[in-house]
Design a protein around this ligand. Structure first.
Ligand SMILES: C[S@@+](CC[C@H](N)C(=O)[O-])C[C@H]1O[C@@H](n2cnc3c(N)ncnc32)[C@H](O)[C@@H]1O
Length: 190
C-alpha cells in the first residue's frame, strides 16, 4: 500500500475538512444519464459524490486509500466504502452503471474504467489540467492532465456526451484549469 499517500490524505482530511457539496457535473448528469443504479466512486475522499449518489438511489462502492475518509463513510445507507490502493487494486469488469472520478488521476486505470462499465454505463470524470497560468501547483505534473488528454483517452471506446476544459476557482480561491467528460459505453464502439 502507498503508505505515504495514505498518511498525506489522512492528515489533509483531518486538518482541512472539505465542503460536503457534490461536484456539479455529477449532479447535472448522474441522474439524467445513468438509468440503473450500481455506481463506483474512484478515490471517493470524504464522499461528497458518493453521498449524493446514494441519496438519489444509487448503490455506491466508494474506494479510497485514506483510512480516515473510509471510516467516515461507514454505516451510510447504500454506500459500501472500502480502503484500497489503486497502485495495486484491480477494478472488477462489467460491474457498474455509473463511474465517477473527481480530482484523482491515475492513467493506468483508464482501461480498467472502460472494462468496469456495463453496457450503457456512464463515466463522469473531472480533474485538473496542466497550464502555466495555474495558480495552484500540485507536487507532480503527472497528477495533472494535459490539454485534450481526457477526451482523447476515452473517445475511441466510449461515446462522449459532454467534454469541456475551462478555468475554475478552487475552494482555496485559486484559478485552475480543469477538464471534464461525461461518456457512455455503447456496443457500436467496440
Ligand atoms: C483530491 S482528493 C479527491 C477526493 C474526491 N474524489 C473528491 O472530489 O472530493 C484525491 C483522493 O485520492 C485518494 N488517493 C490518493 N492516492 C490513492 C491511491 N493510490 N489509491 C486510492 N486512493 C488514493 C486520496 O486519499 C484522496 O481522497
Amino acid at each position: 500500500m502507498a503508505q505515504a499517500d495514505k498518511e498525506k490524505w489522512n492528515r489533509r482530511y483531518e486538518n482541512n475538512p472539505i465542503p460536503d457539496i457534490p461536484i456539479k457535473i455529477v449532479t447535472d448528469y448522474a441522474k439524467k444519464e445513468a438509468t440503473v443504479k450500481k455506481a463506483l466512486d474512484i478515490a471517493a475522499g470524504m464522499g461528497r459524490n458518493s453521498k449524493y449518489l446514494a441519496s438519489i438511489g444509487f448503490e455506491v462502492d466508494a474506494l479510497d486509500i485514506s483510512s480516515l475518509a473510509i471510516e467516515s463513510l461507514q454505516n451510510i445507507a447504500n454506500i459500501n466504502a472500502k480502503e484500497v490502493d489503486f497502485d495495486t487494486y484491480i477494478l472488477p469488469t462489467d460491474r457498474y452503471d455509473l463511474i465517477v472520478c473527481t480530482y484523482f488521476l491515475k492513467r493506468e486505470l483508464f482501461p480498467q474504467i472502460i472494462a468496469a462499465l456495463k453496457e450503457n454505463g456512464i463515466l463522469i470524470y473531472e480533474t485538473f489540467v496542466y497550464h502555466p497560468k495555474n495558480e495552484q501547483t500540485p507536487s507532480e505534473r503527472s497528477f495533472l492532465l494535459e490539454e485534450g488528454e481526457l477526451e482523447n483517452a476515452f473517445k475511441d471506446d466510449l461515446t462522449i456526451i459532454k467534454s469541456s476544459e475551462y478555468w475554475h476557482e478552487t475552494i482555496k480561491g485559486k484559478m485552475m484549469k480543469k477538464a471534464s467528460i461525461v461518456a457512455k459505453k455503447q456496443n457500436n464502439k467496440h
